[in-house]
Design a protein around this ligand. Sequence first.
Ligand SMILES: [Zn+2]
Length: 438
Amino acid sequence: MRYLWPDYVYTSRGWQRDLLVALGEDGRIAGLQPRFADGVAFTLPEGAVLEPLPGKALLPGFVNVHSHVFQRALRGQAQRPVSGRDTFWSWRQAMYAEAQRLDPERLYTLARATYREMLAAGYTTVGEFHYVHHQPDGQPYSPPNLMAEALLQAAREAGIRLVILLAAYARNDFGQPALKEQRRFCDSSVAAYLERVEALRSQGASVGLAPHSVRAVPEDWLRAIAVYSRQERLPLHIHADEQLAEIESCLAACGCRPLELLARCEVLGPLTTVIHATHADQQELALLASSQASVCLCPTTEGDLGDGIPPYRDFLTQGIPLAIGSDSNTRLDPFEELRWAEYTARLRYGERRVLVAESETSPGAYLLACGCEHGAAALGLESGRLEPGRLADLVAIDLEHPMLQGWTVESLLDSLFFGASAEVVSAVWVAGRQVYCR
Ligand SMILES: [Zn+2]
């Protein structure tokens, strides 16, 4: 058994001073133990190791719910003009060109470096929404999950916890076959897709279902994948309502909006996470709330792509849990990602302090819950909080970093989310094993 002894630990009761975090052999938190009782130091069990962390505070590791790791290659590149008036759709052309260049080796190299960058930023888990499955002409590799296996290998070597959200893809849009550059995303049938899901699960990988979007996946696939998700208790993630054009084509083809279509196909439920939901209307938000689905926001990517500002206040008042994702991986910093959520919400409503938990007066605690606990729930993981029995995924914050100068126990979370970057992360543990140290 090892005991971490930082200055402060953030628990469900807020910041606690001189608390020992016991790391069990099983990769979970074995216990939280005051270092001193009545001025007397706790006697460690025989053979236990004490690791003092002076000047540090421990937080749960951040959960990056939505990543397309290969898009890291577009950082800086995709900011250049693609057309006269660039939008999400012209960005997508640049992204497809990069997707065409991928092979298992390139994907592995890119993913390993990017997962290391995520760890250094304080993300201990990544939900990898993976859709570049097959050879560029659409022929499966042998074995058919070769690309997914490259990601699993990269995550193992980097030391990050990975949930692979295996994407299902069938077509370009309602009633339109896949474009040439989409062929490598597509499976021949939903049965072939679910076979690949089963194959990955039999290798011991953490897997989630990820029908790409209502554009890319027909109704019969959506229904079959939703049934499988419920039967096997696996998370189901899907992009929806990111772009107005998607909503228009859904209305034209199906007579309803994307989240209404998902409700009709019985896709929405407590295992479901909708990515973006930027343009969800009141009826769609009510469907999300009543089904207990979550929403994953990707504020830096949504800003980069000009998607729009999501209806934050409605998410909060309807009790819809929010998580975050780095999505295109142009920026990897959970503090910045969460700051952007609050700041864009302020810009939308013309008010300050929008993302505030009921029991709080400032956003820090709610932003932390979005970054950790809600993200863990969206990926079906027992992490996201520092309490006995949870996965021992932790980050240490350097309290002596100049960015945090002047912090107090009352202001520390807000100092982190409004005044700091991932530079303040000094060490990271995944499953109790230290995987990063500055
Ligand atoms: Zn995405």
